[in-house]
Design a binder for this molecule. Structure first.
Ligand code: COA
Length: 292
C-alpha cells in the first residue's frame, strides 16, 4: 500500500473517488454531502487546502482510500474527513492513513471529530478502536421545492441582520449553540449575497435568529442555525424565522432542494421542519475525542 499526500495533481481523482463512494450509505461521510457539486463545495470551503490536508492510499496504482483533515482554530476542533476506503483490508489501511494524517492536524487542536452515516459500520468500528465517544446522533432533513408548505404566523418582526444587534446575537448564539462550528463573528463575516442572517426583534430585543445559505453549484440551500430565546419559544417565532429563510432560499430560481441537520432527539425542531414539508434523508453519528 502506498500512502501519499493528495497534492494538486491527484485532486480530481480524489473528487471522483469521494463522489462515487459517498453516495453509498455504507461509505458515507457527513461533511461531503452527495454528488460532485456538494463534494467540490466542501473541499472549496476547507480552511486547510485539500492538497495539503488529504492523504491517499494506492494499491498497485489504484486509488483505494482517502482520509483528510480540516479545522477551525477559533473553536479548537479538527474535523476528520473519512476514512473512505474501498478495500477488504479496510481497518489496516485506515490505520496507515491516520498515521499520515496525524502530523497534519494542527497541534493546538484538542478535539477531533468523525461524522458518518449510521450504516457506515467501518468508520464506527474505527471510532471505537481509537476511543472516540458518540457525541450526537443527527438526522439529515431535506425539502424539495414543490413540497414546501409555508407555515408562519407573522407575529414577530423579522429583519435582516443589523450591526447594532451584534452583542445580543453573540449572546444568544453562545447560549443556544455553545461550542458549535461557527462563532457569531464568523457568521457575521460570511454575510453576502449567498449567506443571510434573519433576526426576530420585539421592542429592540432579539428573540431569535436564522442563518442560512445558498449553495449555487449544487442548486440547494442550507439551514445552518435557527434558534429562539427560551423565554420566547412556542409563540411562532421559530416558524416566522424559518419561513423567512426558506422563502429567501427558494426565491433563487436555482434552488431545487434545501438541506439541514438536526439532533435526532430534538423533537421541537424536527416537528417544525416536518410541518414545512421536510423529510428525513439519512441518520448520522458524530464521534468526538479530546486529545492532549
Ligand atoms: C426549534 C425552535 C427554533 C422552535 O422555535 P419556536 O419559536 O418555539 O417554534 P414555534 O412556536 O414557531 O413553533 C412552530 C412549530 O414547531 C414545533 N414545535 C416548536 N416547539 C415545540 C416543542 N417544544 N415540542 C414539540 N413541537 C414543537 C411545532 O410543530 C410548532 O407548531 P405548532 O405551534 O403549530 O404546534 C426552538 O425550539 C429552539 O430555538 N430550540 C433550540 C435551538 C434548536 O434546537 N434549533 C434547531 C437546531 S437544528
Amino acid at each position: 500500500m502506498k500512502i501519499i499526500s493528495c497534492g494538486t495533481e491527484h485532486f480530481e481523482e480524489l473528487v471522483s473517488f469521494v463522489t462515487r463512494l459517498n453516495s453509498d450509505e455504507a461509505h458515507h461521510i457527513g461533511y461531503f454531502g452527495v454528488g460532485e457539486a456538494d463534494v467540490r463545495s466542501s473541499f472549496a470551503e476547507s480552511l486547510i487546502p485539500p492538497a495539503d490536508g488529504f492523504q491517499l492510499a494506492y494499491d498497485n496504482e489504484k486509488l483505494v482510500g482517502m482520509f483528510g483533515v480540516d479545522s477551525n482554530p477559533e473553536i479548537g476542533r479538527a474535523w476528520l474527513f473519512g476514512p473512505i476506503i474501498e478495500h477488504a483490508d479496510w481497518q489496516n489501511i485506515a490505520d496507515e492513513l491516520l498515521s499520515a494524517v496525524h502530523p497534519i492536524i494542527p497541534v493546538e487542536l484538542r478535539e477531533y471529530e468523525l461524522y458518518c452515516d449510521v450504516n457506515n459500520v467501518n468508520v464506527q468500528e474505527f471510532a471505537a478502536r481509537y476511543d472516540f465517544s458518540l457525541h450526537a446522533e443527527t438526522a439529515i432533513f431535506y425539502l424539495l421545492r414543490n413540497d414546501y408548505k409555508r407555515l408562519a404566523k407573522d407575529q414577530t418582526k423579522i429583519i435582516d441582520y443589523q450591526e447594532e444587534y451584534f452583542e445580543q446575537f453573540e449572546r444568544l448564539h453562545n447560549e443556544i449553540f455553545p461550542n458549535t462550528y461557527l462563532t457569531a463573528s464568523q457568521i457575521v463575516s460570511k454575510l453576502d449575497d449567498n449567506h443571510h442572517l434573519f433576526l426576530a426583534i420585539e421592542d429592540g430585543r432579539l428573540l431569535g435568529y436564522h442563518f442560512c445559505k445558498l449553495e449555487i453549484e449544487s442548486e440547494s440551500g442550507y439551514v445552518d442555525f435557527i434558534g429562539a430565546d427560551k423565554s420566547a419559544q412556542r409563540r411562532g417565532i421559530g416558524a416566522d424565522l424559518f419561513a423567512s429563510g426558506i422563502d429567501w432560499m427558494l426565491a433563487a430560481p436555482s434552488t431545487q432542494k434545501i438541506n439541514l441537520t438536526v439532533n435526532a432527539d430534538n423533537f421541537a425542531a424536527r416537528n417544525l421542519y416536518r410541518k414545512f414539508g421536510f423529510t428525513t434523508e439519512r441518520v448520522m453519528r458524530g464521534y468526538r475525542k479530546t486529545v492532549g
